[in-house]
Design a protein around this ligand. Structure first.
Ligand SMILES: Cc1cc2nc3c(=O)[nH]c(=O)nc-3n(C[C@H](O)[C@H](O)[C@H](O)COP(=O)(O)OP(=O)(O)OC[C@H]3O[C@@H](n4cnc5c(N)ncnc54)[C@H](O)[C@@H]3O)c2cc1C
Length: 295
């Protein structure tokens, strides 16, 4: 296990905000899982499993967090086929981009709606990432997790997935997703490639993909009431202060323009929540994970 003292959250998140955690523990081999609980106990603080850091808003200053990165789990392997169905075991540390490239190369359909999401497979599973009408959970059959008491297989029927949320009712919260098994369908490469390109260009035309952001900052209150529309109607589209701004391309993307701070971002979030509640009677809930969580 590799240990890095005082890792910078701003260097590890796509929003590029946040102070320093206590330490970062990089799991390089499966054996590292055996020594992890003891090391976490001696370091103190709250463990935070970190994927690609693309859905995290970390607070400023010294943070009582210990980052855990399951980089030992990166493989993508076909584990079984049943007719047109293909079961794919994917390590949590693999990026979604790599998984989608694998699917295209091996003519496996299902995940095309998730193109352009900059997360890891572990993070996308933990968030039940979704777009273009596809949620990752629709294609997951099984999840392998590490707990304080060792590894466990969790069939999808024992997991609870909902809009940008995932939990395992029988488990305490502090587990690490190590692997997900996907069920995909054999299909022609041309069709898969067309759908991926179409979705990617659609996403690129509507979202500021190259800016420093954590994707959508708020959950949509309902499919008919997107948070971006409420923010736009409340005058937040393009609004900037303290180095952060609501994107002028997509009002639900909060962007760090380079000199932002978590404090400025959290102020903008509060102000947007208050204004939208006052104007429309709707409480916007963050989709981004604000860490450390203070409640
Ligand atoms: C430009 C851009 C576009 C985006 N578009 C979309 C989109 O279309 N749809 C969408 O749903 N999201 C989108 N996102 C948000 C983000 O990419 C997703 O939420 C993604 O699922 C986060 O994955 P990650 O690996 O970066 O997770 P992180 O940000 O590292 O972590 C997110 C949460 O998952 C937990 N977690 C991470 N890995 C594990 C693990 N192995 N085990 C247990 N818990 C874990 C973390 O503790 C944290 O609570 C976008 C983000 C950006 C920057």
């Amino acid at each position: 296990m590799r240990e890095i003292p005082a890792p910078s959250l701003s260097a590890r998140t796509t929003l590029r905000l946040g102070g320093h955690a206590i330490a970062e523990l990089i799991l390089e081999t499966p054996d590292d899982l055996d020594i992890l609980p003891e090391r976490l106990r001696s370091l103190g603080g709250t463990p935070l499993v970190l994927g690609a850091g693309s859905n995290i808003l970390a607070r400023d200053g010294q943070l009582p967090l210990v980052l855990v990165r399951p980089l030992c789990a990166q493989e993508i392997t076909v584990s079984a086929t049943e007719g047109e169905k293909v079961f794919l075991r994917v390590g949590a540390g693999a990026s979604m981009a790599r998984l989608l490239r694998f699917c295209l190369k091996n003519e496996l359909a299902g995940l095309e709606g998730l193109v352009g999401i900059p997360g890891s497979v572990g993070g996308c599973t933990a968030m039940n990432a979704g777009s273009f009408g596809t949620e990752i959970s629709e294609y997951i059959a099984n999840i392998h997790i590490a707990t304080d008491n060792g590894g466990k297989n969790v069939p999808v029927a024992e997991a609870e997935f909902s809009y940008r949320s995932f939990s395992i009712p029988k488990e305490k919260k502090n587990f690490i997703i190590l692997e997900a098994t996907f069920v995909l369908t054999k299909s022609k490469r041309d069709g898969i490639s067309k759908r991926m390109f179409h979705n990617f260009f659609e996403k690129k035309s509507k979202q500021p993909l190259t800016a420093w952001s954590a994707g959508c900052i708020f959950k949509n209150p309902s499919p008919q009431t997107p948070a971006g529309r409420l923010l736009e109607e409340a005058g937040f589209k393009g609004k900037r202060r303290g180095g952060v701004a609501f994107s002028s391309l997509h009002a639900n993307f909060l962007i760090n323009e380079g000199k932002g701070s978590a404090e400025a971002a959290l102020d903008m979030i509060d102000e947007a929540q208050e204004t939208v509640l006052r104007r429309f009677g709707v409480k916007l809930r963050p989709e981004v994970r604000i860490v450390p969580c203070l409640f």
